[in-house]
Design a protein around this ligand. Structure first.
Ligand SMILES: [Zn+2]
Length: 419
């Protein structure tokens, strides 16, 4: 049950997100890229909210905004929470921002009661997650986890401005990037709340869910070579039609992913040459994107897809070559932190739904630094995201924030308990 206070909190969070959506480079659309003046304006607004919530707030050397709320003891370990303040082009207003606003609201709740936890809380608004401006994703969170590559400072945006120049213009200090690295003083954990950006919670009528892992992904290009021929003269039984083979393969990809259930696989692009209405297609290339929260599942699905495509190609006399493009292993969420979130959800009388995240998030940079976990909040409107029609209900915003606040209190105990 939601109290009047909960309802007011939800309304306030959405109003804050509305106000922050005004910091955009392409009004009325929401576009806020890393280190631009709108990043600075949104960050300054968030810093104001952090200070009202009893935190110190400042930017680090790479333009991440960090708010700090002391723990009960001066040497208390740090528990980090937050998400990103940059956006894609023509974005929704809750992607990233909600995770920051809900984290600030949790601290504001403690501050209002004069309460301290056995951990210090650091709320981070990461400057770059989406990678829109420089084509590098997760700059802020990777830097914290010790994975910043100084070569990135020379990367230029589409206007020819380097990351180094943009940092200086922002008022940050590019040469101080090593100071962002937290490996020498790691937080005990990182927690991120985020809209689901998909329809699962919506379809199941659940306001929140516990993320099991951020899915690993594998991408490849498949090249097929058949034999071109006259569409009118080559009999159907003697063709080596590369596009017909590709069609079978696309359906095999779908069938294999459907049968496994815990993997998603997509052919998003397909090109056929020579591409004439009266010529049998000779050369076809298509993309393949396979993701799963479990690396063994993803690899097994990919192997099954490879075998199915090889069999189809052999039967049709088509040459097949697979070109790997990209591979990233899944980032598992810590089981103890998942249990804290699950407990906080169950304590509110809600069913606990575990689900993987098919999209990438700041949290995926953290397993190299500290245990991490994520709370998903229901995305309205069919689960649409990265789009202005992205919707978050005020009640869901309130429930997710209450769950996060309850979980924070449990995390310190769960991680400090002797094993
Ligand atoms: Zn996001």
């Amino acid at each position: 049950m939601l109290t009047d206070d909960d309802r007011a909190l939800g309304v306030r969070l959405l109003a804050q997100a509305d106000a922050l959506a005004a910091f955009t480079e392409e009004a009325p659309a929401l576009t806020r890229t890393y280190l631009g003046p709108q990043h600075r304006a949104a960050g300054d607004c968030l810093a104001g909210l952090m200070r009202e919530a009893g935190m110190d707030a400042s930017y680090d050397a790479l333009g991440n905004l960090v708010g700090r709320y002391p723990g009960a003891q001066p040497d208390a370990p740090v528990l980090m929470i937050g998400s990103h303040m940059d956006s894609v082009r023509n974005a929704g207003r809750y992607d990233g921002l909600f995770g920051i606003l809900s984290a600030i609201a949790c601290v504001a709740g403690l501050h209002a009661r004069g309460a301290r936890l056995p951990v210090a809380l650091e709320v981070v608004a990461f400057g770059d997650e989406e990678g829109v401006r420089f084509g590098i994703t997760l700059i802020g969170s990777k830097a914290m986890a010790g994975a910043f590559d100084p070569a990135w400072l020379s990367v230029r945006d589409r206007d020819g401005i380097s990351l180094r120049e943009a940092l200086v213009a922002f008022g940050a200090d590019p040469d101080a990037w090593p100071s962002v690295d937290r490996r020498a003083r790691p937080p005990i954990a990182f927690l991120e709340s985020h809209i689901e950006q998909g329809p699962v919670l919506l379809q199941e009528g659940l306001p929140v869910g516990v993320v099991t892992a951020i899915a690993g992904a594998q991408r490849a290009l498949v090249h097929l070579t058949g034999l071109a021929g006259h569409a009118g003269t080559v009999p159907m039984g003697s063709r080596q039609d590369a596009l017909a083979a590709a069609a079978e393969m696309v359906l095999a990809v779908e069938r294999i992913a459907l049968a496994r259930g815990d993997v998603v696989a997509t052919v998003g692009r397909l090109e056929a040459r020579p591409g004439a209405v009266n010529v049998i297609p000779q050369d076809v290339s298509f993309s393949l994107d396979v993701r799963s929260g479990r690396d063994d599942t993803r690899r097994a699905a990919m192997a099954e897809i490879d075998a199915a495509c090889a069999a189809i190609a052999a039967r049709r006399g088509i040459a097949l070559r697979r070109e790997p493009l990209y591979q990233a292993d899944a980032a598992p969420c810590d089981p103890r932190l998942q249990a804290c979130l699950a407990q906080a959800i169950a304590a509110r009388g809600l069913p606990v739904r575990h689900l993987p995240s098919g999209a990438g998030h700041d949290a995926m940079a953290f397993p190299a630094l500290c245990p991490m976990a994520m709370l998903f909040v229901r995305c309205g409107n069919g689960g649409i995201s990265h789009h202005p029609d992205e919707i978050l209900a005020a009640e869901d915003a309130a429930i997710a924030t209450r769950v996060l606040a309850d979980a924070l209190a449990g995390v310190a105990g769960a991680l400090q308990a002797p094993a």
